[in-house]
Each structure stands twice: as structure tokens, then as C-alpha cells.
Design a protein around this ligand. Structure first.
Ligand SMILES: *[C@@H]1O[C@H](CO)[C@@H](O)[C@H](O)[C@H]1NC(C)=O
Ligand SMILES: *[C@@H]1O[C@H](CO)[C@@H](O)[C@H](O)[C@H]1NC(C)=O
Ligand SMILES: *[C@@H]1O[C@H](CO)[C@@H](O)[C@H](O)[C@H]1NC(C)=O
Ligand SMILES: *[C@@H]1O[C@H](CO)[C@@H](O)[C@H](O)[C@H]1NC(C)=O
Ligand SMILES: *[C@@H]1O[C@H](CO)[C@@H](O)[C@H](O)[C@H]1NC(C)=O
Length: 398
């Protein structure tokens, strides 16, 4: 009931709020972008046998909802069974869809290899909104002399969609990320040439994924930028549960009819607002940002959803490169919507919970993005967050 009142208040203020001022920083784009498909070969011995716990793809939506209830039923051992599941080997060569952007002028200083989160896709890093380039990470990077490589992660959008329970999981995807960075260093990815400086950038699940890479391949990246991330992911109503994972072909049949039933998605714009946006004294995002998020979002698999926490348990003592954590002040799934509430004390925030994951790094820094939710790149604060990322990387001598 309380939440119905809150929702009604939110909707009525949506109707009366004046749109915030919009700054058009650039009339022209700084980046030349192109897209391509490439095959990526990878292997892992660390996927989980989730099929033994969850069964195969749910027969229908009712079965999926009941299995979600079962996971959260008091006394349920399903979470314990997931973390206890046997490890399985997965290897294979899969086609992934890439977008590469480079500065219009001059050779790039280096490249950002990006990893989007659940409900996202490659487009998260090149958000072109309201006739501006301010929300595009790739544009900010290009304006500062950097190239950006983004891809639809395995199972998402235009990339291959194998077994969504036992193959499309975070450990196999971490191995693919390492393979892609090696191809960039060797100059064997499409026609991109070779790169000596590669910074791994993640959002949400993509940041968890890079936290795995830092353990298994500590030299794959020269620095890590982990956005929408803490080591204190939210339990309860503002956590992953709020995504209300729904069979993608049921939620949006026109877009996802070809997906198997273990491919899921958030079912409504209100779930997307809850999980990814922040509406404070003002909406620090435009209505078109929320609409664009919902109409362009990507599916994810039950394998991804249930393997996301795996990398946090690994040992990263061999990883020494700088780490920058950048998270919205009001991030719901990683800060329960207020990153300043923490038991750490001493002027720290929940972002500092990630410090213990990286005991040997040369520099660990954090930046709280003011008045923003989990989907930073869709907020009016995105441009400032990108400048912080670029300044951090330059200050590390990259
Ligand atoms: C949020 O939006 C309001 C209205 O546009 C603006 O005054 C305020 O500065 C914004 N906050 C941030 C942190 O950008
Ligand atoms: C974890 O695995 C061990 C060994 O297979 C088993 O004995 C134990 O019951 C499992 N625990 C849970 C919670 O599934
Ligand atoms: C760290 O590196 C050393 C030397 O290469 C290796 O023996 C050790 O297994 C690595 N530790 C981890 C946790 O990967
Ligand atoms: C983790 O988040 C909870 C809210 O979900 C908060 O109460 C707690 O203080 C946080 N822990 C740390 C170490 O910041
Ligand atoms: C880490 O790098 C930042 C630059 O972004 C710098 O301000 C800070 O002093 C560095 N911290 C340490 C401990 O070197």
C-alpha cells in the first residue's frame, strides 16, 4: 500500500516537473564508429552446473515465478546449492557483435574495452540522447584521444545465444573478455590494429566480470574502471529481485521470440526505473532517457543471474593495476539506493567495500556520482562521470 502511494506521488510529480536545463556541449561528434561480428574462442573450468540446481530452461512463466519464490522461501537452500554447485568445463568459439569507436583525429592513446551489465548491451557505452553526445562514453573517450571497444556480451542482442543455464555464465564470459584483450594486443581482432594500453571498463555485472578477470588474468588490462559496483550488493526489495526477471519472449515477444526460456528480462518501464534511475528533488534524467533505456534494453540469462557473485570469492593478490570504482549515489542494486549509508565510517561510502577485493593494487580510488541511480550513463551526470574516468586514467600515466 505504501509503495502504491509512493508510486502515485512519483507519477504525479513526473507530470508536473519542469525538465532540467540541457547543455549541448558538442554540436558535432568526436568519434568515428563502426560495427562488426567476430568469432571469439575461450575456455573455462569454472562455470557452475546450474542445471543440476535449477533444472533446464523453465517450461513457462508460471514455472519461472514459482522457482523465484522457491529461491527466497524461508529456509530455502537453493542459494546455498548454487554456491555449492559443481564446476564444469566450458569451451567454444562464439560470434560476438562489436562496436568500435575511435577519435576522428589522430591515433588513439589507448583503448577502453567495455563490459555492459544485465539488461544492457553494447549501446550502453554509446548513448545518443536528446540530440546530444553528452551521454556517450565512446564520445567522451574519443574527445580525449581514446578508442572504445564495446560488445554485446555472450547471449545478448546480436551475439550468439547458446545454453543460457550452463554456458552463458560469468566465468566463461570472463575468459572471453581475456581472449578479446589478447586479440587487441596482438592486432588480430577484425581490422582494429594492435593496442599496448587497454583499460577494462565494466558496469554492474560487467564490473563483477572484470573482478574475475583480475584474478585469472591479472595482466589482461592496464587499469580497471568498475562502474555501478560495490562489494555490498543489495539484498531485499531494491536488489536483483526488483528486476522481476521474466522470460524475454513472454515480456517482449516482438523482440525476443527466438530466445529460449532461460533468457529473461525486466518486464516493464517501472522495473527499469526502480533498478536503474534516480528521481530526487528533480529527475536527473530525461523522460526520453528512461524511454530509450526500456526500448533498447537487452536480455540476460538465468546462468548469468545466478553466477554473478562467483568472481568476488576469488583471490586477486596478484593484481596490481589501478582500480577506479564509479557508482551512482542512489544506486539501488549495489547501495540500496544510498551509497553514503555504510558501517565503514571515516568518510567512506559503500564504494569502499570493494577495496578489500583488491589488496595489492597501485591505486584504489572511488567517485560517487551525485544524484544518480545504477544506470549512470542515462543520467544528466554521465558527462561529468566520464571526465572523472578519463582524468583518473591519465593521472595513472596511461
Ligand atoms: C539534478 O537536476 C537538477 C535539475 O536539472 C539540477 O539543478 C541539479 O544540479 C542536478 N544534479 C546534479 C548532481 O546534476
Ligand atoms: C554441498 O556439497 C556437498 C558435497 O557435494 C554436500 O555434501 C552438501 O550437502 C552440499 N550442501 C548444500 C547446501 O547443497
Ligand atoms: C600468483 O602468481 C604466482 C606466480 O605466478 C602463482 O604461483 C600463484 O598461483 C598466483 N596466485 C593466484 C591466486 O592466482
Ligand atoms: C551494506 O549495505 C547495507 C544496506 O543494504 C548497509 O546497511 C551496510 O552498512 C552496508 N555495509 C557496508 C560495509 O557498507
Ligand atoms: C590515486 O590516483 C589519484 C588520481 O586519480 C590521485 O589523486 C591519488 O592521490 C592516488 N592515490 C594514491 C594513494 O596514490
Amino acid at each position: 500500500m505504501l509503495s502504491n502511494i509512493a508510486l502515485a506521488l512519483t507519477l504525479s510529480s513526473l507530470a508536473v516537473a519542469a525538465p532540467g536545463p540541457i547543455t549541448k556541449r558538442w554540436t558535432e561528434s568526436s568519434a568515428n564508429c563502426r560495427t562488426f561480428y567476430a568469432d571469439v574462442e575461450a575456455s573455462t573450468d569454472s562455470n557452475l552446473d546450474l542445471a543440476s540446481v535449477l533444472g533446464g530452461p523453465p517450461a513457462n512463466q508460471q514455472v519461472l515465478v514459482q522457482s523465484t519464490v522457491d529461491q527466497f522461501t524461508v529456509g530455502s537452500t537453493i542459494m546455498a546449492q548454487i554456491s555449492n554447485a559443481s564446476k564444469i568445463d566450458v569451451e567454444g568459439t562464439y560470434s560476438l557483435w562489436f562496436e568500435y569507436c575511435e577519435p576522428k583525429q589522430g591515433a588513439p592513446k589507448g583503448i577502453f574495452q567495455t563490459h555492459h551489465g544485465l539488461v544492457g548491451n553494447a549501446g550502453y557505452w554509446n548513448v545518443l540522447l536528446d540530440g546530444r553526445t553528452d551521454n556517450s562514453f565512446a564520445e567522451s573517450a574519443a574527445a580525449a584521444g581514446w578508442a572504445t571497444l564495446s560488445y554485446d556480451r555472450l547471449g545478448v542482442g546480436r551475439s550468439a545465444k547458446p545454453d543460457g543455464t550452463n554456458v552463458v555464465q560469468i566465468s566463461f564470459e570472463a575468459a572471453q573478455s581475456v581472449a578479446i584483450s589478447q586479440m587487441l594486443r596482438e592486432g588480430s581482432l577484425h581490422d582494429l590494429g594492435s593496442f599496448d594500453t587497454i583499460v577494462g571498463v565494466g558496469h554492474s555485472y560487467g564490473s563483477n566480470l572484470l573482478t574475475g578477470v583480475a584474478s585469472t588474468a591479472p595482466d589482461a588490462f592496464d587499469a580497471l574502471v568498475l562502474t555501478g559496483f560495490t562489494a555490498n550488493s543489495t539484498n531485499g526489495p531494491l536488489g536483483l529481485f526488483a528486476f522481476q526477471s521474466t522470460i524475454a519472449s513472454v515480456a517482449y515477444p516482438a523482440r525476443f521470440s527466438a530466445d529460449a526460456n532461460d533468457y529473461v528480462i525486466t518486464p516493464s518501464v517501472s522495473n527499469d526505473q526502480t533498478g536503474f534511475f534516480h528521481f530526487g528533488s528533480y529527475p536527473n534524467y530525461t523522460q526520453s532517457a528512461l524511454d530509450k533505456f526500456t526500448t533498447t534494453k537487452g536480455e540476460y540469462t538465468l546462468g548469468q543471474q545466478n553466477s554473478i557473485a562467483g568472481p568476488l570469492a576469488l583471490d586477486r593478490s596478484n593484481f596490481t593495476k589501478p582500480v577506479f570504482v564509479v557508482t551512482g549515489e542512489n544506486d539501488a542494486p549495489f547501495c540500496a539506493a544510498n551509497c553514503y549509508v555504510t558501517s565503514l565510517g571515516d568518510g567512506q561510502t559503500q564504494l569502499d567495500t570493494a577495496r578489500d577485493l583488491y589488496p595489492s593494487v597501485s591505486n584504489f580510488s572511488t567517485y560517487v556520482v551525485a544524484a544518480s541511480g545504477h544506470g549512470i550513463n542515462f543520467h544528466t551526470t554521465a558527462y561529468e562521470a566520464y571526465q572523472q574516468i578519463i582524468n583518473f586514467v591519465s593521472a595513472q600515466g596511461l
